[in-house]
Design a binder for this molecule. Structure first.
Ligand code: NAD
Length: 526
């Protein structure tokens, strides 16, 4: 009989930790903890590989991406099964949320080389009259440390890895301690397709391994995870002035206007709140419904939630899998208890689902809540949906913005122009109209947020720019002409400067031309 692990933290030693199936609590593997010395060795290997990889033409780098895409397609079932076993999500979500976004991102860059920054001419305006020109070469940064969470264990790191390596960087990945086997499978994919040794590296372990990577000789840190860890990483990175991208938490509002398509929006709400067992940085974590339709809308949301089938992700009929860990489920229990104590009404759920061994919490809907409740103000990261009502547009915008997070938000209505106007007033990295959560899968658009949701972007043109540095090359073709700002200062030069300003920056400045020519003739550069 398989070994069952009640709480992952039960089994770990100084040198190893365990991977556990959160649905069945079966032990999936025992994994190495990388100490500082081993982390440094991997970083050093990535630096060695960088000196070669960064010089390989883009076309050649993209061939490796094509091969990786083909390998993933050829091994789809095994990969899906591994993601579902180690993370718990249903098989459909392993495809829709973890594999599809990666394949699409790979395909996008394979077909759109121009989306990968390489060379750009800069217009110099007036300076070009002096036969000057400038251009930018976008150069890779070096070794990128990618530190990731467990909730999208394949799509989050893999999208970042692809963007990093196609721009000529090498990568050291520190995956979540909850999903190390998926990261080791990524290493296997790159190994199988013949990616040069050292371009992609994995260091497994707990938080300390991540901390060792942050203080190692890396050129950038791309972190996705909690606000608390993000703050620690930013403070540690400051020691070496290592730049950071931080993709952190969210408390994303869904706003439902009274002219909404009720059937559609209620299905969207149920999926947006409970997909991946609600463990999504962009999931619908709080909902505001126009009070004139609230009763009917909430009834529909509760009715549909009650139909969800909770179970093991490998069962093809499962809608909601387990949570990732006991610790994560305890946060949900704490938030629900706080709400209950303050008088919240629980319309469905509100307790653990005990039919199975794993960490299952029933999809839960609450009303009679407000912004003083933990469940409305703090990130819960579980299958719970607190619902509030509003009377006016002004009021709901204020409520949506009343949060320390600003990752995503959604507005549901048939009046698209009104929603666009509201979107302009909402503080979030992404505002979706009549959709939610799914924009992470759009590889063309920026992903990230403001306030405590993070710094920087991944995906799209802003995301890929995080992996390059603009190197400016300036060319002056007048190699035999002294510049008028070089030494040889005197009264004449001062006048020459003033006449130049007059010519360039005043209306009718052309009247300065005769004096400027005279000054130029008398100019005596050193
Ligand atoms: P976490 O912060 O606990 O861990 C994330 C990673 O950081 C893990 O690999 C962990 O081992 C590592 N780590 C922990 N301590 C560290 C330290 N001191 N130095 C370096 N690394 C360290 O987060 P989690 O529980 O894995 O993920 C859930 C959180 O991630 C949620 O808050 C969620 O909103 C957020 N998230 C954000 C996004 C986004 O795109 N904005 C996406 C997914 C998840």
């Amino acid at each position: 009989m398989a070994l069952l692990i009640k709480d992952k933290s039960e089994i770990k030693t100084a040198n190893t930790f365990t991977s556990v199936n959160p649905a069945t609590l079966e032990l999936l593997g025992e994994i190495d903890v990388f100490n500082k010395e081993r982390v440094d060795l991997r970083v050093s290997k990535a630096h060695d590989a960088f000196s070669i990889w960064s010089k390989i033409p883009l076309e050649e780098r993209l061939i490796y991406i094509s091969k990786a895409r083909d390998y993933i397609m050829d091994n789809l079932d095994n990969l899906c099964e591994l993601i579902t076993k180690e993370n718990g999500k249903p098989l459909v979500e392993s495809i829709s949320a973890d594999i599809l976004p990666v394949l699409d991102l790979m395909d996008y860059y394979i077909k759109n080389k121009n989306a990968i920054p390489s060379h750009e001419n800069i217009s110099l305006g007036k300076w070009s009259l002096l036969n000057k020109s400038s251009y930018i070469e976008y150069v890779p940064l070096g070794v990128i440390a990618i530190i990731s969470p467990w909730n999208f264990p394949f799509s989050i790191p893999m999208g970042q890895i692809i963007q990093a390596i196609i721009t000529g960087n090498t990568v050291v990945l520190k995956p979540s301690e909850h999903t190390p086997l998926i990261a080791l499978e990524m290493a296997n994919i790159f190994n199988k397709i013949g990616l040069p040794d050292g371009v992609f590296n994995v260091v497994t372990g707990l938080g300390e391994t991540g901390s060792n990577l942050v203080s190692a000789r890396v050129n950038k840190i791309v972190f996705t995870g909690s606000v608390a860890t993000g703050k620690k990483i930013m403070a540690a990175a400051a020691q070496n002035l290592t730049p950071v991208v931080l993709e952190l938490g969210g408390k994303d509002p869904m706003i439902v206007l009274k002219d909404v398509n009720m059937s559609n929006a209620s299905s969207g709400a149920v999926w947006g709140a409970f997909t991946n067992s609600g463990q999504v940085c962009a999931s619908v974590e709080r909902m505001y419904v126009d009070e004139s339709i609230a009763d009917e809308f909430i009834y529909e949301v509760v009715r549909k939630t009650k139909k969800l089938r909770q179970g093991i992700g490998l069962d093809k009929n499962t809608d909601i899998g387990p949570m990732i860990s006991l610790a994560q489920m305890n946060i949900v229990k704490d938030h629900v208890q706080d709400a209950r104590d303050r008088g919240a009404k629980i319309l469905t759920g509100g307790e653990q689902f005990n039919d199975l061994a794993g960490y299952f919490y029933k999809p839960t809907i609450l009303t009679n809540v407000n912004h003083d409740f933990k469940i409305v103000s703090e990130e819960t990261f579980g299958p719970v949906l607190p619902i509030m009502t509003f009377k006016s547009e002004e009021e709901v915008i204020k409520m949506a913005n009343d949060s320390k997070y600003a990752l995503t938000a959604s507005i549901w209505t048939t009046d698209i122009e009104r929603a666009k106007n509201m979107a302009n007033q909402i503080e979030a990295g992404t505002v979706s109209i009549n959709d939610c959560v799914s924009t992470f899968a759009l590889c063309q658009t920026p992903w990230g947020g403001g306030k405590e949701s993070g710094i920087g972007r991944t995906h799209g043109k802003f995301g890929i720019m995080e992996f390059v540095e603009p190197k400016h090359i300036h060319v002056d073709k007048n190699y035999n002409m002294k510049k008028f700002w070089w030494y040889g200062y005197d009264e004449n030069r001062l006048d020459l400067m003033k006449q130049s300003l007059k010519l360039l920056f005043t209306n009718g400045g052309v009247t300065a031309l005769p004096q400027l020519i005279k000054d130029l003739m008398k100019n005596k550069p050193l």
